[in-house]
Ligand binder design. Structure first.
Ligand code: ADP
Ligand code: NI
Length: 213
């Protein structure tokens, strides 16, 4: 197994877009380790899994492909350690199975969700919109909500790539619900403030966009 120096990890992410680049990996690693310490999880497993969690290039299957790549990278470590890290990576997607079964996998899953909300979450949604030529704002939140209807995930799957899918749509379809899906009490606590900040931001954005403020 190579030593996971930050230099080594950094070059694993040379291909990544701005929402999944090395700085995302470093934020998630810091959060995941913090959560792991507070929850009494195996910090070594969580740290290694967090550093490697987005290493695979295949966007749609990057959790499964990443778990496979991590297994080969970690050859020579204890088999239980490799299994534990691989499970964290395969279960880090909050929109895709498998569900995290271990405390360590829950720590990483929560850390990755925390990086999608709050000020950073807003920044990532706008970076995504900019990179894909999407509009910054199109309609107030309540209009978006009534257009989208009940099945928000289906709407996101269908319209996520469209030019008029804005960060406010992403907020309604995905980001707004992440705080309530945290597995650990430590992440739930951090999520509370991030969620409130993000909520206030998107309300304010509506007011400025329609010229009420
Ligand atoms: P995952 O890494 O689990 O596959 P995604 O690729 O869906 O997650 O999302 C990564 C980041 O990009 C998140 O912060 C998400 O909010 C943002 N993002 C993804 N799709 C869009 C979109 N269509 N508009 C705005 N932000 C998006
Ligand atoms: Ni990912």
């Amino acid at each position: 197994m190579p030593t996971l120096t930050l230099e080594f990890v950094k070059q694993l992410y040379a291909h990544a877009d701005s929402a999944h680049a090395f700085d995302h990996v470093m934020r998630v690693t810091r959060l995941a380790v913090h959560i792991a310490e507070a929850e009494g999880a195996d910090v070594d497993v969580v740290r290694v899994a967090a550093l490697l969690h987005d290493m695979a290039d295949a966007r749609e299957a990057h959790h499964l492909e990443g778990a496979r790549q991590a297994r080969s990278l970690l050859i020579g470590s204890r088999p239980e350690f490799i299994d534990a890290v691989a499970h964290c990576i395969e279960a880090h997607r909050f929109s895709q199975p498998p569900e995290p079964k271990t405390l360590e996998a829950r720590c990483l899953n929560d850390a990755d969700k925390l990086d999608a909300i709050g000020a950073i979450g807003i920044a990532r949604a706008f970076a995504f919109a900019g990179a894909h030529g999407n509009r910054l704002w199109s309609h107030p939140l309540d209009e978006i909500e009534s257009r989208i209807g009940e099945n928000r995930e289906a709407y996101r799957r269908l319209h996520g790539g469209a030019k008029d899918y804005t960060p406010s749509h992403e907020f309604i379809c995905k980001l707004e619900r992440l705080a309530e899906t945290m597995y650990t009490a430590t992440a739930r606590e951090i999520a509370r403030e991030r969620h409130a900040f993000m909520w206030a931001f998107f309300q304010r954005l509506d007011e400025e966009a329609i010229g009420a403020r």
